[in-house]
Design a protein around this ligand. Structure first.
Ligand SMILES: C[S@@+](CC[C@H](N)C(=O)[O-])C[C@H]1O[C@@H](n2cnc3c(N)ncnc32)[C@H](O)[C@@H]1O
Length: 209
Protein backbone atom coordinates (compact mmCIF):
# COMPACT_ATOMS: atom_id res chain seq x y z
CA UNK A 1 0.00 0.00 0.00
CA UNK A 2 1.19 3.51 -0.82
CA UNK A 3 1.95 6.07 1.89
CA UNK A 4 -1.03 7.95 0.47
CA UNK A 5 -3.59 5.19 1.04
CA UNK A 6 -5.10 2.61 -1.26
CA UNK A 7 -5.91 5.20 -3.95
CA UNK A 8 -3.04 7.75 -4.12
CA UNK A 9 -4.58 9.46 -7.13
CA UNK A 10 -7.75 10.20 -5.14
CA UNK A 11 -5.53 11.68 -2.42
CA UNK A 12 -3.69 13.94 -4.87
CA UNK A 13 -6.95 14.84 -6.67
CA UNK A 14 -8.23 16.07 -3.31
CA UNK A 15 -5.05 18.08 -2.59
CA UNK A 16 -5.45 19.85 -5.96
CA UNK A 17 -8.99 20.93 -5.01
CA UNK A 18 -7.06 23.74 -3.22
CA UNK A 19 -3.56 25.14 -3.82
CA UNK A 20 -1.19 22.29 -2.87
CA UNK A 21 1.43 23.06 -0.19
CA UNK A 22 4.27 22.43 -2.69
CA UNK A 23 2.87 24.87 -5.24
CA UNK A 24 5.13 27.84 -4.47
CA UNK A 25 4.43 29.75 -7.70
CA UNK A 26 7.73 28.80 -9.33
CA UNK A 27 10.20 25.94 -9.56
CA UNK A 28 11.99 24.75 -6.41
CA UNK A 29 15.15 26.93 -6.26
CA UNK A 30 17.30 23.90 -5.34
CA UNK A 31 16.19 22.12 -8.52
CA UNK A 32 16.88 25.19 -10.65
CA UNK A 33 20.37 25.48 -9.10
CA UNK A 34 21.08 21.81 -9.81
CA UNK A 35 19.97 22.20 -13.44
CA UNK A 36 22.11 25.31 -13.82
CA UNK A 37 25.18 23.34 -12.68
CA UNK A 38 24.47 20.37 -14.98
CA UNK A 39 22.75 21.75 -18.08
CA UNK A 40 19.99 19.38 -19.21
CA UNK A 41 19.81 17.77 -22.61
CA UNK A 42 16.68 17.94 -24.80
CA UNK A 43 14.02 16.64 -24.75
CA UNK A 44 13.13 16.82 -21.05
CA UNK A 45 10.51 14.84 -19.14
CA UNK A 46 9.12 16.30 -15.90
CA UNK A 47 7.69 13.43 -13.80
CA UNK A 48 4.91 14.51 -11.42
CA UNK A 49 5.01 17.99 -12.95
CA UNK A 50 2.13 19.38 -10.87
CA UNK A 51 0.90 22.72 -12.18
CA UNK A 52 3.93 23.02 -14.46
CA UNK A 53 6.20 25.72 -13.02
CA UNK A 54 9.46 23.75 -13.39
CA UNK A 55 8.63 22.67 -16.95
CA UNK A 56 7.71 26.27 -17.82
CA UNK A 57 10.96 27.62 -16.35
CA UNK A 58 12.90 25.19 -18.58
CA UNK A 59 10.89 26.08 -21.69
CA UNK A 60 11.68 29.74 -20.95
CA UNK A 61 15.35 28.75 -21.36
CA UNK A 62 14.51 27.35 -24.81
CA UNK A 63 14.28 23.69 -23.76
CA UNK A 64 11.61 21.28 -24.95
CA UNK A 65 9.63 19.78 -22.05
CA UNK A 66 6.92 17.16 -21.59
CA UNK A 67 5.28 17.33 -18.17
CA UNK A 68 3.24 14.41 -16.85
CA UNK A 69 1.04 14.15 -13.79
CA UNK A 70 -1.80 11.77 -12.94
CA UNK A 71 -4.01 14.59 -11.61
CA UNK A 72 -6.14 16.09 -14.33
CA UNK A 73 -6.62 19.38 -12.43
CA UNK A 74 -2.83 19.84 -12.23
CA UNK A 75 -2.45 19.31 -15.97
CA UNK A 76 -5.36 21.67 -16.69
CA UNK A 77 -3.61 24.35 -14.60
CA UNK A 78 -0.27 23.70 -16.31
CA UNK A 79 -1.85 23.98 -19.76
CA UNK A 80 -3.60 27.21 -18.75
CA UNK A 81 -0.26 28.70 -17.61
CA UNK A 82 1.37 27.58 -20.86
CA UNK A 83 -1.44 29.24 -22.80
CA UNK A 84 -0.44 32.61 -21.33
CA UNK A 85 3.18 32.33 -22.50
CA UNK A 86 4.57 33.75 -25.73
CA UNK A 87 3.88 31.29 -28.56
CA UNK A 88 7.59 30.50 -29.04
CA UNK A 89 7.79 29.31 -25.41
CA UNK A 90 4.36 27.63 -25.29
CA UNK A 91 5.15 25.47 -28.30
CA UNK A 92 8.09 23.93 -26.38
CA UNK A 93 5.67 22.58 -23.75
CA UNK A 94 3.47 19.50 -23.72
CA UNK A 95 1.47 18.58 -20.60
CA UNK A 96 -0.17 15.17 -20.40
CA UNK A 97 -2.19 13.21 -17.85
CA UNK A 98 -0.07 10.09 -17.42
CA UNK A 99 1.37 7.72 -14.83
CA UNK A 100 4.87 8.87 -13.92
CA UNK A 101 5.64 5.46 -12.40
CA UNK A 102 6.00 4.09 -15.94
CA UNK A 103 7.39 6.85 -18.13
CA UNK A 104 8.38 4.27 -20.78
CA UNK A 105 4.67 4.01 -21.63
CA UNK A 106 5.11 7.37 -23.37
CA UNK A 107 7.09 5.36 -25.95
CA UNK A 108 9.78 8.04 -26.25
CA UNK A 109 13.22 8.53 -24.86
CA UNK A 110 14.39 11.71 -23.18
CA UNK A 111 17.74 13.43 -22.76
CA UNK A 112 16.78 14.46 -19.22
CA UNK A 113 14.21 13.51 -16.59
CA UNK A 114 13.50 16.06 -13.88
CA UNK A 115 11.91 14.91 -10.62
CA UNK A 116 10.95 17.64 -8.19
CA UNK A 117 9.19 15.77 -5.39
CA UNK A 118 8.08 12.56 -7.11
CA UNK A 119 10.51 9.76 -6.06
CA UNK A 120 10.03 10.57 -2.38
CA UNK A 121 6.34 9.67 -2.71
CA UNK A 122 7.20 6.07 -3.56
CA UNK A 123 7.74 3.08 -1.31
CA UNK A 124 10.88 1.04 -1.83
CA UNK A 125 9.37 -1.52 -4.26
CA UNK A 126 7.71 1.18 -6.36
CA UNK A 127 11.06 2.98 -6.44
CA UNK A 128 12.74 -0.18 -7.74
CA UNK A 129 10.22 -0.38 -10.60
CA UNK A 130 10.40 3.36 -11.32
CA UNK A 131 14.23 3.31 -11.55
CA UNK A 132 14.11 0.31 -13.91
CA UNK A 133 11.64 2.16 -16.11
CA UNK A 134 13.68 5.36 -15.89
CA UNK A 135 16.63 3.43 -17.34
CA UNK A 136 14.50 2.64 -20.40
CA UNK A 137 13.27 6.21 -20.67
CA UNK A 138 16.62 8.03 -20.64
CA UNK A 139 18.80 8.26 -23.72
CA UNK A 140 22.39 7.04 -23.23
CA UNK A 141 24.29 9.84 -21.52
CA UNK A 142 20.99 11.40 -20.39
CA UNK A 143 20.53 12.72 -16.87
CA UNK A 144 18.06 12.26 -14.02
CA UNK A 145 17.69 15.28 -11.73
CA UNK A 146 16.17 14.65 -8.31
CA UNK A 147 14.93 16.80 -5.44
CA UNK A 148 13.46 14.91 -2.47
CA UNK A 149 12.83 15.23 1.26
CA UNK A 150 15.79 14.34 3.46
CA UNK A 151 13.62 14.04 6.57
CA UNK A 152 11.12 11.46 7.78
CA UNK A 153 7.89 12.55 9.49
CA UNK A 154 5.98 10.05 11.60
CA UNK A 155 2.70 10.98 9.90
CA UNK A 156 0.61 9.55 7.05
CA UNK A 157 0.25 11.30 3.67
CA UNK A 158 3.73 12.80 3.68
CA UNK A 159 6.73 11.98 1.51
CA UNK A 160 9.48 9.78 2.91
CA UNK A 161 13.13 10.49 3.54
CA UNK A 162 15.58 9.86 0.70
CA UNK A 163 19.21 9.45 1.74
CA UNK A 164 22.51 9.63 -0.13
CA UNK A 165 23.08 6.03 0.92
CA UNK A 166 19.83 4.94 -0.77
CA UNK A 167 20.74 6.78 -3.98
CA UNK A 168 24.21 5.20 -4.04
CA UNK A 169 22.63 1.76 -3.62
CA UNK A 170 19.99 2.30 -6.32
CA UNK A 171 22.07 4.05 -8.96
CA UNK A 172 25.15 1.87 -9.28
CA UNK A 173 27.68 1.66 -12.10
CA UNK A 174 26.78 -2.05 -12.41
CA UNK A 175 23.20 -1.00 -13.24
CA UNK A 176 24.44 1.57 -15.76
CA UNK A 177 24.39 4.76 -13.69
CA UNK A 178 26.98 7.37 -12.79
CA UNK A 179 26.15 9.69 -9.88
CA UNK A 180 27.46 13.13 -10.82
CA UNK A 181 26.34 15.05 -7.75
CA UNK A 182 24.51 14.47 -4.48
CA UNK A 183 24.08 17.55 -2.33
CA UNK A 184 22.10 18.84 0.64
CA UNK A 185 19.23 21.11 -0.39
CA UNK A 186 15.99 22.67 0.79
CA UNK A 187 12.42 21.94 -0.23
CA UNK A 188 10.19 25.01 -0.02
CA UNK A 189 6.46 24.96 0.64
CA UNK A 190 3.60 27.40 1.18
CA UNK A 191 2.87 26.05 4.65
CA UNK A 192 6.12 25.41 6.54
CA UNK A 193 9.69 26.66 6.86
CA UNK A 194 12.14 25.21 4.32
CA UNK A 195 12.62 21.47 4.86
CA UNK A 196 15.91 19.58 4.61
CA UNK A 197 16.13 17.96 1.20
CA UNK A 198 18.54 16.10 -1.02
CA UNK A 199 19.32 16.94 -4.63
CA UNK A 200 21.10 14.70 -7.11
CA UNK A 201 22.18 14.59 -10.73
CA UNK A 202 22.63 11.06 -12.06
CA UNK A 203 23.80 10.12 -15.54
CA UNK A 204 22.65 7.13 -17.58
CA UNK A 205 25.93 5.73 -18.79
CA UNK A 206 26.39 5.64 -22.56
CA UNK A 207 26.44 2.13 -23.98
CA UNK A 208 23.46 0.92 -21.89
CA UNK A 209 20.31 -0.49 -23.46
C1 LIG B 1 5.10 16.90 -4.27
S1 LIG B 1 4.22 17.16 -5.78
C2 LIG B 1 5.42 18.01 -6.75
C3 LIG B 1 4.84 18.73 -7.92
C4 LIG B 1 5.86 19.49 -8.79
N1 LIG B 1 6.86 18.61 -9.34
C5 LIG B 1 6.52 20.60 -8.02
O1 LIG B 1 7.74 20.56 -7.80
O2 LIG B 1 5.78 21.52 -7.61
C6 LIG B 1 4.18 15.55 -6.49
C7 LIG B 1 3.38 15.46 -7.77
O3 LIG B 1 3.43 14.12 -8.25
C8 LIG B 1 2.15 13.76 -8.75
N2 LIG B 1 2.09 12.29 -8.75
C9 LIG B 1 2.13 11.45 -7.69
N3 LIG B 1 2.09 10.17 -8.09
C10 LIG B 1 2.01 10.19 -9.45
C11 LIG B 1 1.96 9.18 -10.45
N4 LIG B 1 1.96 7.88 -10.15
N5 LIG B 1 1.92 9.58 -11.74
C12 LIG B 1 1.92 10.90 -12.07
N6 LIG B 1 1.96 11.90 -11.16
C13 LIG B 1 2.02 11.55 -9.87
C14 LIG B 1 1.18 14.46 -7.82
O4 LIG B 1 -0.08 14.61 -8.42
C15 LIG B 1 1.90 15.79 -7.61
O5 LIG B 1 1.53 16.73 -8.56
Amino acid sequence: MSRFGSDPRAFFDFVYSDIPPWDIGGPQPAMSALLAGYPPMNPILDVGCGSGDLAISLAQLGLQVTGIDFVEAAITQARAKAGLLPAEVAHLLDFQVADALQPSLLRRQFGSVVDSGFLHLLESEECDRFVEDLALTLLPGGRYYLLAFAVEFPMPNLPRQVTAQELRARFTVEKGWNIQDIRPAEFLSRVAPPLPAIAACIERLPGQI
